[in-house]
Design a binder for this molecule. Structure first.
Ligand code: PLP
Length: 113
């Protein structure tokens, strides 16, 4: 299951209760959650941003981040992913090896930085 939180283009921010329900549904379905959080530091309004990774013990979470929004360098295409999986499910099922294999193909940003 993939979520974008905070959302683009509408800027919606999921509550902690909502994210917990997402994690519980992923667990029920036996799937992982990919959480695009590149806008984590650009929220507006009173609702606080909550990282999906805090629910990694319910279902494995892969969190995506990027320098492009927070540091206003949209052309750089330089980001990262973080696994939040205290139960080691991603490792056990070869997901970590698969990601590492892909990164070995190309890990360079698209622009000279
Ligand atoms: C929600 C979201 N995630 C990821 C990206 C990709 O960011 P970038 O390739 O600039 O690091 C964008 C770009 O607009 C975005 O809106």
């Amino acid at each position: 299951m993939a979520i974008i939180n905070p959302g683009n283009p509408c800027g919606n921010v999921y509550t902690e209760q909502h994210l917990k329900k997402v994690a519980e549904m992923a667990r029920k379905l036996g799937i992982l959650v990919i959480s695009d959080e590149v806008y984590a530091h650009l929220t507006f309004g009173s609702k606080p941003f909550v990282p999906m990774g805090i629910f990694g013990s319910i279902a494995p979470v892969i969190t995506l981040g990027s320098i492009s929004k927070r540091w206003i360098v949209p052309g750089c295409r330089l980001g990262w992913l973080v696994t939040n999986d205290p139960n080691g499910i991603l490792k056990e099922h070869g997901v970590i090896d698969s990601i590492a294999g892909y990164l070995n193909i190309s890990s360079d940003p698209a622009t000279f930085t």
